[in-house]
Design a protein around this ligand. Structure first.
Ligand code: GTP
Ligand code: MG
Length: 130
């Protein structure tokens, strides 16, 4: 998702309820949203570099879902969106707090998240605590 596409998405789905997860980087926001949308069967456990990590199953990766991290570097940057047209819900996978990639990323993340809140008529958010 490019920066200029964010405003287009927010405009297109302006009557949808925005659903997002707020929490520190790496707390499982992308994983939780994937599970909320497609159910826990969309996920599997895989060993990467000797560590057990949760991943999207191959068939769900094809749907261009939210990226799940598997190392110590923050994964999500600019938000990825998934519109649930039946229920008029727009899921947004946003960057985490305390981004490991530095202050500039942290600043952009805060700016983008504030923008989403300002542009939404209705919001439901989950606070994830680790
Ligand atoms: N044990 C366990 N690991 C989890 C759980 N949820 C996510 N993880 C793992 O935590 C790591 C980070 O998950 P993400 O979903 O990418 O976390 P995030 O909050 O989106 O991270 P950023 O996008 O970097 O801010 C991945 O390796 C997941 O497999 C959980 O409920 N239990
Ligand atoms: Mg993420």
């Amino acid at each position: 998702m490019a920066v200029d596409e964010i405003s287009q998405v927010m405009q297109k789905y302006n009557d949808y309820c925005l659903v997002l997860v707020i929490g520190n980087t790496g707390c499982g926001k992308s994983t939780l949203l994937t599970s909320l949308i497609f159910g826990k069967d969309s996920l599997e456990i895989e060993k990467i570099d000797g560590k057990r990590v949760i991943k999207q199953k191959k068939e769900f990766e094809l749907k261009d879902l939210f990226s799940i991290g598997h190392d110590d570097v923050s994964k999500t940057f600019l938000p990825d969106f998934y519109p649930d047209r039946k229920n008029k819900v727009l899921y947004a996978d946003i960057a985490g707090l305390q981004d490991t990639r530095g202050n500039l990323m942290e600043f952009v993340n805060k700016f983008v998240t504030k923008y989403l809140f300002m542009k939404s008529k209705r919001i439901k958010f989950i606070v994830a605590i680790t």
